[in-house]
Design a protein around this ligand. Structure first.
Ligand code: SAM
Length: 477
């Protein structure tokens, strides 16, 4: 099998010759390369760091032609008796060739069963010796001569890394970054304008080079303003958008094109869920498909989880069943404000008199701070209790130079109560240059919850709980 792909050319050339070793491409074109390049060895030194650069003819390709990436390169090799082969390969671990799909050991020219060729890293310097002192000692101890040989190695598309392929295809000097988020079998890209003419080729390369990825999509607009999901276009692979992912040991299934899912929030989900104890109650106002609600229920909490998007609500219910917590989670398909002023309002009076903690999670960072005014005057004084007020974890984006202060001030304005000194702020992640996602956590002040003059509005962040239109204070992100 190997012989189909590799041809061996041992030579009498010594280590000294290797300094002038060559890249011999199958696709030498007189137009793009000097004549000397096509005529054999001594084209590029073996030190050339881009030894594996694919042929220049592939530049500008928009439909993937894998054959066009084939090239033959010359690499150094060492002829080793089979009796000491394993020991030699072990001792030369750092000196051998490292390439996806390329074997380190091949048949030698004579196909003798007594010898093999060990392929070496062509990027290795050769001065004063190709081998380090320790490697040279090891070779001596196995009585293997340091005499290097040439081996002509046929490299194909399959031996190249995705960056190497894309760097060769996309316009020179432009960013070829091919980063993506992985959501189950889906690779989710955010291509720049100059990459769009190559979008299907990029999709195919990402799929080929990442085992398990069977669908590549590109985000085609900014995040949808209501349900926080993206419009997306399939670049390569199957059209199946129903993904299955595991986060912090919990399995979720959902239609990635119709709900919100962000693999970068797993640490934040875990951080908040760790605050929840058995017997606690969690109100998840913007629950999505359940990454706070379901692990909290698995920890033994009673959960009320809500999402306005009917698709999210459907997958939330599905995931509760999938994780066998449907008895611990009550789901709702309401606007967040209606959820606070409905189910939350109904449940709170009893919970305030209890001992177990109550958490309210509000992860809709573009808008959640604005929903805080829904807590103003939510309950009547007679149900008042100092001991067991709910803990709110409310998320917000900030573009301010001081995001901590910014989100606390905005939360305070919406609550009509100064939170400063009475809250903690957690930096979640940087979502864009100069835009941070923050989480403000605080015990809901009883002055807010039992505010008597809730309907009388006047802007203030002073303790007197007067209502301000908090929209005025919110970020437009
Ligand atoms: C940023 S996602 C967070 C989802 C989930 N908590 C997570 O961490 O992955 C916000 C969620 O809020 C939902 N949503 C948007 N507007 C809403 C509203 N007015 N009321 C309730 N849910 C809303 C969206 O459908 C989306 O699922």
């Amino acid at each position: 099998m190997l012989r189909l792909f590799f041809r061996v050319f041992t030579s009498l050339q010594t280590e000294r010759n290797l300094k002038a070793a060559a890249v011999h491409r199958n696709f030498c074109s007189a137009a793009s390369l000097p004549a000397s390049v096509c005529s054999g060895f001594a084209v590029k030194t073996i030190m050339e760091p881009k030894l594996y650069r694919p042929p220049p003819e592939v530049r500008g390709m928009t439909s993937l032609d894998k054959e066009a990436f084939t090239q033959t390169i010359t690499v150094p090799a060492l002829r080793v008796p089979t009796g000491v082969l394993n020991k030699v390969v072990k001792s030369l671990r750092k000196a051998t060739i490292q390439r996806p799909g390329v074997p380190r050991v091949v048949q030698d020219k004579e196909e003798s069963s007594d010898f093999r060729l060990v392929l070496l890293d062509p990027h290795r310097g050769s001065s004063p010796s190709f081998f380090s002192e320790a490697e040279a000692d090891a070779l001596r101890s196995f009585s293997v001569a340091e005499e290097l040989q040439y081996y002509e190695l046929r490299l194909t598309y399959h031996n190249l890394k995705s960056e190497e392929v894309l760097e060769a295809v996309l316009p020179q000097g432009q960013d070829v970054t091919s980063g993506f988020s992985r959501v189950g079998h889906i690779a989710h890209m955010n291509l720049r304008d100059h990459q769009l003419p190559y979008k299907n080729l990029i999709g195919q390369v990402i799929m080929d080079k990442n085992p398990g990825v069977t669908c590549v999509v590109n985000k085609t607009n900014t995040i949808d303003s209501t349900y926080r999901n993206f419009k997306m276009e399939v670049l390569a692979g199957e059209e199946n958008m129903v993904a299955k992912v595991k986060e912090n040991g919990v399995t979720y299934e959902f239609d990635f094109s119709r709900v919100y899912w962000n693999p970068r929030l797993s640490t934040e989900h875990q951080r908040v869920v760790q605050l929840v104890k058995r017997g606690d109650t969690v109100f998840d106002v913007f629950a999505g498909v359940g990454p706070f609600a379901i692990p909290a229920a698995r920890s033994g909490a009673n959960v009320l989880a809500n999402d306005l998007n009917p698709e999210s609500h459907r997958w939330l219910q599905h995931n509760c069943k999938l994780n066998k917590v449907e008895k611990k989670v009550r789901t709702f398909n309401l606007d967040g404000r209606a959820f606070i002023q409905g189910p939350v309002k109904q449940e709170l009076p009893v919970l305030l008199k209890g001992k177990a903690s109550v958490h309210v999670v509000m992860n809709l960072p573009a808008l959640a701070l604005e929903f805080l005014d829904a807590f103003r005057g939510l309950l009547h004084q007679e149900t008042s209790c100092d001991e067991n007020l709910p803990m709110v974890h409310c998320y917000g984006f900030s573009k301010d130079d001081n995001p901590e202060t910014d989100v606390v001030e905005r939360a305070s304005r919406c609550l009509g109560f100064p939170l400063k000194e009475q809250c903690s702020v957690h930096f979640v992640r940087n979502v864009a240059p100069n835009k941070d996602m923050m989480c403000v956590s605080f015990t809901l002040p009883k002055e807010v919850l039992f505010s008597a003059d809730y309907e009388q509005t006047e802007p203030s962040v002073e303790p007197a709980p007067k209502r301000q239109k908090c929209e005025e204070a919110t970020d437009s992100t």
